[in-house]
Design a protein around this ligand. Structure first.
Ligand SMILES: [Zn+2]
Length: 482
């Protein structure tokens, strides 16, 4: 695998110009030889929910070679690392289906607002971001995700100020350095306040320019291969910040180029009212009218969905990014996730931007998704294993990568999390999956992405965490001073 192929087609050149440094991203070659993990509990999240109380996993290069009960097969050659997983649960790496990395440097603001007030408060600050700030914000965002067991993330980038530089390139460089699998979006907004939209005009782009930039991002970065570390998605922001022309144009562009589509949908009652007033229909019917239901589409939130909306999502295979903490932080409501899953809608979990979910951790969303579902639907609304499935295979399906990631099965990419469940926080719990989902945030002993160690003993392996903290503090201060 070449360097360019593994982190996007021209990662090195664009990344070098993105963050003002000439150091290229690290070579992303799969680790040579085999890694063997034994004596651990394993939740494979395969189609039968196969679990092993004491099992093994063998990784060869960047693929899972075998998973099963008991010890690893004898006589394996080229074993470069053998890990005793006693007291641990191994799961697939978690998959994050919604985020806005740039918000990492605007956390803690507008703490008591609903969505529209929060957006109106923050848009003027967001209009001043640039690629250097977004590089630091992506480092911070990815650090929190990796440290909470997440191996693949999307990022819904949709604010591209005219003089902001190469924001997408900067993010891609940051994620390559940390070693995370990435599915960023080239998002956009073209419906400013003067045209009846919510964002100030300074935040929005011209429709044609936004579409051209999206096409360029796909041509520059998108890697459709099985092992891909970077795939691009087309992602106009939301019904209240983009025109029908941009939504329709993005759908046409994405389908011509074979990439996925992402946007926000049915997040709040205010959005629902906006769509009824402006388009004479609810958000799902409106998005359907511009070609935005389909297997290649996923939407964030989908809190205010009626039965007809859920039926349409299920019939078309349209996916949902469920973001329980953000929905609670903004008091948006509780999504009907159990009904969606029962109807066959693909559902994954999302952190959402960290201006509306300051923790930025995906591991704890397993617990939050279960709790919030039970508040609305009762104690049987969601099991611990169903929540784990949302955070792994559910997310993989939503991102269109269910053949490559999301479960621990031979032939799949070696993205996995090894959680300690016999320490002071969890020892004695009868069920390791309950320890992970219902218990305290479990210490992460090891996280592998593409067969490479990216977190060891709870800390990032490839980038200095203190340096990231300093970069983030500097970027946040610079944004406040702009
Ligand atoms: Zn969002």
């Amino acid at each position: 695998m070449s360097v360019g192929k593994s982190i996007g087609k021209s990662a090195r050149n664009a990344a070098e110009s993105a963050a003002g440094t000439s150091a290229g991203p690290p070579v992303d070659a799969p680790a040579p030889g085999r890694i063997v993990i034994e004596n651990c509990a394993i939740a494979t999240v395969d189609a039968r929910d196969t679990e092993h109380a004491f099992g093994h996993i063998v990784i060869a290069g960047n693929r899972i070679e075998s998973v099963g009960a008991g010890a690893a097969p004898a006589g394996l050659e080229d074993v470069v690392r053998r890990i005793d997983g006693t007291g641990h649960l191994v799961t697939p790496g978690l998959v994050n289906t919604h985020h806005h990395f740039y918000q990492w440097i605007t956390r803690g603001l507008a703490q008591e607002c609903n969505l529209f007030d929060w957006l109106v408060t923050l848009y003027p600050t967001w209009a001043k971001i640039d690629d250097e700030m977004c590089y630091a914000a992506a480092q911070g965002s990815a650090a929190a995700l990796l440290r909470s067991g997440c191996t693949t993330s999307t990022d819904h980038a949709y604010v591209f100020p005219k003089d902001g530089g190469d924001i997408l390139g900067a993010e891609i460089r940051a994620l390559a350095e940390l070693g995370m699998r990435f599915q960023p979006t080239r998002g956009s907004m073209d419906l400013g306040r003067s045209q009846g939209g919510l964002p100030p005009d300074a935040c929005v782009e011209d429709t044609d320019a936004a579409l051209a930039a999206t096409a360029e991002a796909i041509d520059t970065w998108h890697d459709a291969s099985f092992d891909s570390m970077v795939r691009i998605t087309a992602a106009p922001c939301s019904p209240f910040s983009v025109t029908p022309q941009l939504l329709g144009g993005a759908a046409e562009l994405a389908r011509a180029k074979g990439v996925r589509l992402h946007t926000h949908g049915s997040e709040t009652v205010e959005e629902e009212a906006f769509c009824h007033e402006k388009f004479g229909m609810g958000p799902t019917d409106y998005l359907e009218s511009v070609g935005w239901l389909g297997e290649d589409v996923w939407m964030a939130h989908c809190v205010h969905m009626n039965d007809s909306d859920i039926t349409k999502f299920a019939a078309t295979g349209t996916g949902v990014a469920h973001c329980p903490s953000s929905n609670a932080r903004l008091a948006a409501g509780i999504a009907r996730v159990p009904e969606m899953v029962a109807a066959g809608v693909p559902v994954g979990l999302g952190v959402d931007g960290t201006a509306s979910n300051e923790s930025g951790e995906l591991g704890t969303e397993l617990r939050n998704a279960l709790l919030i579902a039970r508040l609305r639907g009762g104690p049987a609304a969601m099991t611990a294993r169903q929540s784990l499935r949302l955070g792994t295979m559910g997310g993989a399906k939503v991102l269109g990568r269910e053949r490559e990631i999301g479960s621990l099965e031979p032939g799949k990419l070696a993205d996995l999390a090894m959680w300690r469940v016999d320490g002071v926080l969890h020892s004695g719990i009868v069920d390791p999956v309950a320890a992970l989902v219902l218990g305290a945030a479990a210490p992460l002993t090891l996280l592998l992405v593409n067969g490479r160690e990216v977190v060891e003993q709870g800390h990032l392996s490839r980038v200095d965490e203190e340096e990231i903290a300093r970069n983030v503090a500097h970027a946040a201060a610079r944004l406040r001073a702009e």
